[in-house]
Write a protein that binds this ligand. Structure first.
Ligand code: HAM
Length: 432
């Protein structure tokens, strides 16, 4: 047993897995760029109040799962690691006066989030999201555009079929009456409620609907549903979102119980699942409209919508579907030498080739040439640059490790020759 291990619920992304993440991140940023989203980076931690106010004080994410940073004695402020990016992005939107820019302001981010939850398969204490936010557009067309963008991401990542679960949770006009109705329903079942849910009944009854407590699985299906209680404008908005999805040929499942676990949502909400995998920890992404959040964090009333896709879960799903991981990078050449001790020569030649933009490893171990060549072959290098006595005449041997051929090449020509070979799909060394 090693003395130290990565903290529970976190893991090291070793190079192969990091490469798989990197591939998803570059698909995300290419795609978001194509749709007009620009990258933003906010701090990994914020004032705790940003999350209490933004996400909601009476939510699992804030009440149970927030990673609070131990304050130093001189600090009066309370800080927390971000459990999700939306509150921080909206805080930045308000802070930097982005409401004066042409609307909507379309922002994207990929990065780690932190939730102090009980770790299990697909649920981590540090996990990665691809997030987009379109701030300043009331929809309904952008609602459909954002769902389509998420589905495009899954397709480009290589996932098979992904289900869209869709709902509307109304707004400040229709939700209050619904909330009262929901309270009345749960008051009738108060003896069946687990302690946390009983405590939340009067404070934030909507959260009972997304409770992870198994006891709630029996009660929730009988609860009144917001989608049946929408006011005229919300119902119209929801119908128009569906019509836009229809016109894009996007299928979706109406899920009247889908209220999401964060308080800021209004109207459109959605979640994404790999077909047939619907468990509570299985959502590979989710999001929705949050028309009240900008104002809640001190800005002018501004409609907005966004999503967060769980990259860890997307990778798990890709592995389950046997989608090939990205190939490991292979050096174009390894610089080896007949004199095991002449590491300075090998380092110098490799340095010049790398400065010319080529992927070249220097063999810096003091070992026989045969061993150095074996190691180059193990790396699947295409060429070995072999330094010998010819170096005094400014020449080296260039061996094509695939073809087995070898030729003398002036050191001055080496970079050009290797670059040409790399370009011509690494098919041998030409004479040119
Ligand atoms: P969320 O549903 O809390 O939404 O998280 C989005 C996605 O992050 C989930 O669907 C899931 O794939 C992944 N995820 C969440 N928690 C974990 C965890 N502990 N381990 C692994 N993956 C996890 C939000 O965070 C909202 N900010 C989305 C949004 C953006 N809404 C509007 N704009």
């Amino acid at each position: 047993m090693p003395t130290f291990r990565a903290p529970r619920g976190t893991r090291d992304l070793l190079p192969a897995e990091r490469a798989a993440f990197g591939r998803l991140e570059s698909i995300a940023s290419d795609l978001a760029g194509r749709y007009g989203y620009r990258e933003i980076e906010t701090p990994l931690f914020e004032q705790t109040a940003v999350f209490e106010r933004g996400v909601g004080a009476v939510t699992d994410v804030v009440e149970k799962e927030l990673f609070l940073l131990a304050p130093r004695t001189e600090e009066k402020e309370s800080w927390a690691l971000r459990p999700e990016p939306t509150a921080g992005i909206v805080r930045a939107y308000v802070q930097h006066g982005m409401q004066t820019l042409p609307q909507p302001v379309k922002l994207m981010m990929t990065g780690p989030m932190f939730r102090y939850d009980r770790p299990q398969a697909g649920r981590y204490r540090q996990f990665w999201q691809f997030d987009v936010e379109a701030i300043g557009d009331p929809g309904p067309a952008v609602d459909a555009e954002i769902v389509e963008l998420a589905l495009r991401f899954y397709t480009e990542a290589g996932l098979g079929t992904v289900e869209v679960h869709l709902n509307s949770i109304g707004d400040a006009a229709c939700r209050p009456a619904y909330v009262e109705e929901l309270k009345a329903y749960f008051r009738d079942h108060v003896s069946e409620l687990p302690a946390t849910e009983r405590d939340r009944l009067e404070r934030n009854v909507l959260r009972l609907l997304d409770s992870k407590d198994p006891a709630m699985a029996a009660l929730n299906p009988g609860a009144p549903r917001i989608s049946d209680r929408l006011c005229g404008p919300c119902a119209e908005h929801f119908a128009a979102v569906q019509a836009h999805l229809d016109s894009l040929g996007i299928g979706f499942m109406l899920e009247p119980g889908l209220v999401r676990g964060l308080d800021y949502y209004s109207r459109t909400t959605f979640e994404f699942y790999v077909t047939g995998r619907h468990g509570q920890q299985q959502a590979i992404g989710g999001g929705g409209r949050y028309d009240g959040l900008v104002e809640l964090l001190g800005g002018r009333p501004t409609p907005a919508i966004g999503f967060g896709l769980g990259l860890d879960r997307v990778l798990l799903a890709l592995e389950a579907e046997d989608v090939a991981a990205p190939a490991e990078p292979v050096p174009l050449a390894v610089v080896v030498g007949a004199d095991p001790a002449a590491t300075a020569e090998r380092l110098r030649v490799a340095t010049d080739l790398r400065a010319a933009g080529l992927a070249v490893r220097a063999d810096l171990a003091i070992r026989k040439l045969g061993k150095q060549l074996e190691s180059a072959a193990r790396d699947h290098a295409h060429f070995a640059v072999i330094i010998g006595d010819e170096l005094t005449d400014g020449q080296v041997q260039l061996r094509d490790l695939e073809a087995g051929s070898q030729q003398l090449v002036p050191v001055a020509d080496l970079a050009r020759k290797l670059a040409a070979a790399a370009k011509s799909h690494r098919h041998g060394v030409g004479d040119g």
